[in-house]
Design a protein around this ligand. Sequence first.
Ligand code: BGC
Length: 261
Amino acid sequence: MYPDLKGKSVVITGASSGLGRAMAVRFGREGAKVAVNYYQNEEDGKKVAQEVQQAGGEAIWLQGDVSKEQDVKALIAKTAEAFGSIDIMINNAGIENEVPSEKLSLDDWNKVIDTNLTGMFLGCREAISYMLDHGIKGNVINMSSVHEVIPWPHFVHYAASKGGVNMLTQTLALEYAPKGIRVNSIGPGAIDTPINAEKFSDPKAKADVESLIPMGYIGKPEEIAAAAAWLASSESSYVTGITLFADGGMTKYPGFQAGRG
Ligand code: BGC
């Protein structure tokens, strides 16, 4: 637990399920005030907000499409109005779909880039602009992926978006370090969340994924939420511009594990 997170105002995009939900509940346990952004399912957004409250935090739930400039502006404005500040911005919303690259439509490409990259840019810009205006030495966390470094056939739009998030994070970290605003990414590997539910329901597909993880198991959303809490806390005060891979070793070339090569 990180005492300095108590009372902090946190915005989490895409928080109605998966990693976003786990982070919202974790920040609730820390006693933070959490704006739970959801895209389509208000019931789920509201449910997560209630979980945050039960965990000991304050919460509101706010609709918004992160790829829409006006929605992101409204998300920041409404959170600031409700909680009086924006201290931590977690750009988490992301989507993926599997298509061989030669068949990938421009529409699918645009949807993934709009949400995963443009959406993160908008979230960073609006939160940082608020922090600068209010003299807040805030904290921005972008949800990247192991696929910011691992190429991923059939997911070229997703991998390209996460490669972009890598440079978004590093560049903004450099630009705003003098203002005391830290910008970091988290790079999860394979985690047990709804985005992977279908894949992991097939035992063969699940075993294939596990074989890519040196630690041998699919991560839990709480293990990513723990990384987010640390990055948001003052315990990581000298850390900016990194991607914290929380991936059971997936980025460490598992094919070489047996010492061949
Ligand atoms: C994706 C998951 C995938 C994992 C490892 C994540 O970024 O969202 O679907 O299992 O990377 O490949």
